[in-house]
Design a protein around this ligand. Structure first.
Ligand code: HEC
Length: 398
């Protein structure tokens, strides 16, 4: 297929993915907020007599809303009941399509790092898929086991296992691919929670009510538990989805610990909102989150690996020649590197301006974190990195 067409399709899928994700997370945040903000109706009121356990008043977009939640089954179900599921399914389907197009189809360049593991492209894709499916199977088993009745312990065990997965993937893939695959593993758990547990449970409850039976309260309980888990997963997942822009996180020697710290901060911040909406005092949680994030910022300061002593002078002509030899295969208007249809990240280094304008970014990628050239496929030498470093440090002049 035409390279431009492929690129445009990927744009459409990514756009859809972000929009569906916003819709899904938005409704997840809204319903958890709703649940936490409900207040019992006054005893003897009409709502209380109908079996309403909690309600609230809200104003939005020039209208007044009065949602009510029933303790168990309402006396009767209306014909039209709104379900929330396609947001989740669309997010997962578009996300997996994107994962396949960006990573799996070009696994050789996008996933592998021979300094970490010697794998074939097919093996890398296999590990990626297995990490998504396996995460769900293990997580679902834990929720159904006796551990599933002890929410705090379950949360810690799931956190520990996902951190272990991060450690494992860090030793199999390059940093970017490792992070994105942990994100997709958690995203798969979240979507499977909706598809295999929450929605089927709700279908059984509705069917029971329509045939005049009492719905099984276990279905409600299970659905609620999974929905709360999904709520806590959201901040870490969104971080993982944007992490690719931040080499100091995924390229860290202990990236799996960096991920655990940032995820713990995300969970603490989410917990703050959940407690606060219930009207509880919760300020220690964002304080813990802020300390974790500040510590991570300090800890991930790139410790630049020692470079050999510069031989000769770091002139712009030398810089241009190095960039020409090591970067232009990908970073030119029409890349020649197989599987790279467009200049990655829009970074074009063909002209003198292109190089000087991107000097700081080049420093970050080539000297500070060494993630470029990607997987060092063009075999840049340390002496060449020393030349770029010296040139940028002395002001990146022509
Ligand atoms: C094999 C292809 C390849 C080679 C060779 C390569 N890059 Fe990249 N580069 C990429 C990819 C892929 C990205 C990620 C784009 C994205 O974020 O989607 C990237 C991103 C970048 C970015 C933007 C990173 C950011 O997020 O700010 C810079 C700057 C960069 N490369 C510089 C270089 C330099 C300098 C060289 C040569 C020393 C180089 N690259 C060699 C593939 C390559």
């Amino acid at each position: 297929m035409d390279a431009h067409l492929v690129d445009f399709l990927s744009l459409l899928v990514r756009w859809l993915h972000v929009i569906a994700g916003i819709a899904w997370i938005g409704s997840s945040f809204y319903f958890i907020w709703l649940d936490n903000s409900l207040e019992p109706p006054p005893p003897g009121s009409e709502a209380a007599k109908k079996g309403v356990a909690g309600e609230l008043w809200a104003v939005h977009g020039g209208g007044f809303y009065n949602p009510q939640k029933y303790a168990g089954a309402p006396p009767s179900l209306p014909d039209r009941l709104h379900w929330f599921k396609w947001e989740a399914y669309t997010t997962w389907l578009s996300g997996t399509a994107l994962l396949a197009v960006v990573y799996w189809l070009h696994a050789g360049t996008m996933m592998l790092d021979p300094t970490r593991a010697v794998l074939s492209a097919a093996a890398a894709v296999g590990i990626g898929i297995a990490s998504m499916v396996g995460s769900w199977v293990v997580y679902d088993g834990l929720c159904r086991s006796p551990l599933g009745r002890r929410d705090e312990v379950l949360g810690l065990v799931v956190f520990g296992l996902l951190t272990l997965l991060a450690w494992g993937l860090q030793h199999a893939f390059n940093g970017r691919a490792a992070f994105i695959h942990i994100g997709t593993a958690i995203g798969t758990i979240m979507t499977a929670n909706v598809f295999f547990v929450i929605i089927p449970g709700q279908k059984r409850m509705v069917a029971a009510m329509r045939s005049g039976e009492r719905p099984d309260p276990a279905d409600g309980r299970r659905g609620k538990q999974r929905s709360v888990h999904n709520n806590y997963f959201t901040l870490p997942v969104v971080f993982l989805m944007i992490s690719n822009h931040y080499a100091s996180t995924y390229s860290h020697r202990h990236a799996w610990v960096v991920l655990a710290l940032i995820s713990a901060a995300g969970v603490a911040i989410r917990h703050f909102f959940n407690r606060r909406h219930k009207g509880e005092f919760a300020w220690p949680y964002p304080a813990v989150g802020a300390v974790l994030l500040a510590g991570t910022a300090w800890w991930t300061t790139p410790r630049i690996p020692p470079l050999p002593k510069l031989e000769g002078e770091a002139t712009f002509d030398r810089v241009r020649a190095i960039v020409g030899q090591r970067c232009l295969a990908c970073h030119s208007r029409v890349p020649t590197f197989p599987g790279v249809p467009q200049p990655p990240g829009g970074v074009i280094l063909e002209s003198a301006d292109g190089i000087t304008q991107n000097a700081q970014r080049i420093y970050n990628q080539v000297v500070a974190t060494r993630v470029m050239p990607l997987g060092n496929v063009t075999q840049m030498t340390d002496q060449e990195r020393a030349v770029l470093s010296a040139w940028i440090m002395s002001g990146a002049k022509r």
